[in-house]
Design a protein around this ligand. Structure first.
Ligand code: 5GP
Length: 178
């Protein structure tokens, strides 16, 4: 399935399922190495991260916690820059090492908002892990610790990422062709 249609748009395969899974294994190995012995809470930023979070978390081999928060800055296929409300902050993260899991970092607005909140809540150390990163679109100075793939400034769907809510169940990542 190299070419697909989601709603009214055509997409072609960009990162295959195998490529995604082997990169996740490498990221998990690095996190296992770096974080072992620390009191770590993984924080997934919903919705797009649900598959990535599930796949990477299963490969984490030390005692740790996972939780999810939700917010959105994206409307369809172009960034609106608007940040919606943050929901799901239940944990006490004081003095914990937090690893933020993101499906994609685009402008970095979402990430900046999450990091501000984590600092306010006195996390001891904050690391960021994203499956996809668009360096050309990134406007922030926050360093990203773990990156799955750097991609150009194209709109992508699949493996959790949506186009107007559709396409999240695709096993590979596809980019917009037209
Ligand atoms: P940022 O706040 O970094 O600009 O945007 C982050 C959010 O925008 C992501 O969590 C994701 O929901 C959405 N986003 C950014 N780029 C893409 C893309 O290429 N495809 C999809 N489906 N969502 C994207």
């Amino acid at each position: 399935m190299n070419e697909i249609t989601v709603l009214d748009r055509e997409f072609s395969v960009y990162i295959t399922e195998d490529e995604i899974q082997s990169r996740i294994t490498a990221l998990a190995e690095k996190i296992n190495e770096d974080m072992n012995g620390k009191d770590v809470l993984f924080f997934g930023v919903l919705n797009g991260v649900f598959l990535f979070a599930a796949d990477i978390f299963r490969q984490i081999n030390f005692e740790c916690q996972v939780s999810f928060i939700k917010l959105a800055s994206y409307d369809g296929s172009s960034s609106t820059g608007k940040i919606k409300e943050l929901i799901g902050w239940n944990e006490d993260i004081t003095d914990k090492t937090v690893v933020v899991l993101e499906d994609i970092v685009d402008t970095g607005t979402t990430l900046e908002r999450v990091i501000a909140e984590l600092k306010l809540r006195k996390a001891a150390d904050i690391k960021i892990c994203t499956l996809l990163f668009k360096p050309e679109a990134y406007t922030k100075d926050i360093p990203i610790d773990y990156i799955g793939f750097e991609i150009p400034n194209n709109f992508v769907v699949g493996y959790g990422l949506d186009y107007y809510g559709y396409g999240r169940n695709l096993r590979a990542i596809y980019k917009l062709t037209k």
